[in-house]
Design a protein around this ligand. Sequence first.
Ligand code: SAM
Ligand code: ZN
Length: 370
Amino acid sequence: MRLTLLPLLACPGCGGSLELRTLREATAPAGGGTAAAPEIDLGVLSCSTCPRAYALVDGIPRLTLPGFAAGPSPLDLLGARATELPTELRQRLGAMMAAANEPEAEWARAEMKFWDGQAYADPSVPPVGLDRTYPRKKHLIDPLLRMRRPEVIIEVGCGRAETVTACLDLAAMGALYVGVDLALGGLRLARRRVPGEFVQASITHLPFREDVADWLLCFGTLHHLPGHERRARALVHLLKPGGLAAFHESADRPAVFGRVPAIRRLVGEESEHEGHIDAEALRDLLAAEGELVFFRPELSALRTWLNVAFYPFLTRSRLVLDLLDACDQVAIAKLGPLVPPFRAGSVMALVRRRGREPEAPVDAARQPER
Ligand SMILES: C[S@@+](CC[C@H](N)C(=O)[O-])C[C@H]1O[C@@H](n2cnc3c(N)ncnc32)[C@H](O)[C@@H]1O
Ligand SMILES: [Zn+2]
């Protein structure tokens, strides 16, 4: 973690600002640290408002509340270097132990059994295909690039950060990219390939101040969360006024896709989704929360089954994907209202946060002389 991230962060428990105590700087920075902007490898982030304190290990701030992440306690994560900390800070870290059996924490731990236990456990698993990244680039990322040049990009539920890897040249853009996920396995893999910052946190308890991001990316993640409506609203609030959020979400899926393991594997679904997203309700919610710039239903169940049958062929060519999508769009519009399998199985949306942008500070030296 570099110091540039610190002003964006907030305590996920109370929203207070965080103070950093460095225990070790990275010798070979993964995120491009320099002498002027060193990368912190090991340390503690303590809340200035409440007693909570969090470990920063292997360059990744672990901003989770007790019970949300499996594994050692924050104090144990720091290892022998913890003895260098003042007693008060050690006590604060020690108090961050599990777990009132909060339903959201239980949900998160069950979800992570799939992501850290299976999906991200094997680093050799190939990246997601063109069928996932190409529509995101075409309908979301490219329009974002045209609409607003970002200084800060936050991606929630970034997983292995495969979409930004495929669609953006972050190093050339010079933007600060921050990937957030609860699954440590995904964050570790992403950190190796993407120049940016990675934070372990639950989207149900965001570790950011409001009004900080130019772009907010949320792909395939809302439907993994309990109470996704509330989460979607909170995500829009991370944006600066005029900032843009991009969502790509499963919607209106037959529950059987997620609940029956054999079908789940067949259609490429992931963990047992419990959050059902209603496409129209999501559209209304986003339109109420900001200016809905773009909304696109796609991927009927029929198309999903085509993917199952012909996946290697379908994902090789952008032209084939465009053709299929064109057919799918007609089917969704004309047949969807009549026949359930033709309804959209996922939606894409772009939302602009309302409100006036702060005026740029006037540079006195550049004012013309009167
Ligand atoms: C379908 S994957 C999407 C990954 C990535 N956005 C992509 O499109 O390739 C869903 C991601 O949500 C993450 N996730 C699920 N629940 C979460 C939570 N409460 N907080 C943070 N991340 C969560 C999972 O770990 C997983 O990486
Ligand atoms: Zn706090």
